[in-house]
Design a protein around this ligand. Structure first.
Ligand code: CUA
Length: 180
């Protein structure tokens, strides 16, 4: 039996339809994740000198932790270094936008806050910025998730989420954790 050209063409068209439908489903899923779930790759790019960040600027030791700006915005600054986070615990308010800003003076680290969408690498030379809203109060573990050397497994911090009635900045806008 000779090959029926039109049967081949119909088969190819059917496969074209299947592939177009698959691509459309994937595209719609990406749009949904981006627009509805706010699930998107980090778009933030900001550089910092890892050799001088401890001497001056935003990431000096007494500027770390959580502070409330004049506009009421809550920012938590954390340094990820071999092999500890500074500070080891940070307080943030429940139900309010919180901006995490992180930097590393040595090697690549990574953080995630368990049970939330906070998950980023911390690359020396760059400031990592992530925003989130904590719906529930409580202590959230924040481990380092990027192998950074022998002490990697010891790099764990806490994010302590408290009801906004218990979130009380001092006169400088700073809020401390009170280590457990
Ligand atoms: Cu820092 Cu692993």
């Amino acid at each position: 039996m000779a090959t029926d050209e039109s049967a081949v063409a119909r088969s190819e068209l059917r496969w074209t339809a299947v592939i177009l439908a698959t691509a459309t489903v994937v595209f719609v899923a990406i749009l949904y994740a981006t627009l509805a779930l706010h699930d998107q790759p980090p778009g933030h790019r900001e550089t910092i000198d890892p050799t001088t960040m401890h001497i001056g600027g935003e990431f000096v030791e007494d500027n770390l932790g959580t502070s409330v700006g004049r506009d009421g915005g809550v920012t938590t600054r954390i340094v990820a270094a071999q092999f500890a986070f500074v500070p080891q615990c940070a307080v943030v308010p429940q139900g309010k936008p919180v901006t995490f800003r992180l930097a590393s003076p040595d090697v690549i680290h990574g953080i995630l806050v368990v049970g939330t969408n906070v998950n980023t690498m911390v690359v020396p030379g760059y400031v990592s910025e992530v925003q989130t809203v904590f719906a529930e109060s409580g202590d959230y573990l924040m481990p380092c998730h990027e192998f950074c050397g022998l002490g990697h497994g010891e790099m764990i911090a806490y994010i302590r989420v408290v009801p906004s009635s218990q979130f009380n900045p001092d006169k400088n806008g700073k809020v401390g954790c009170g280590l457990r």
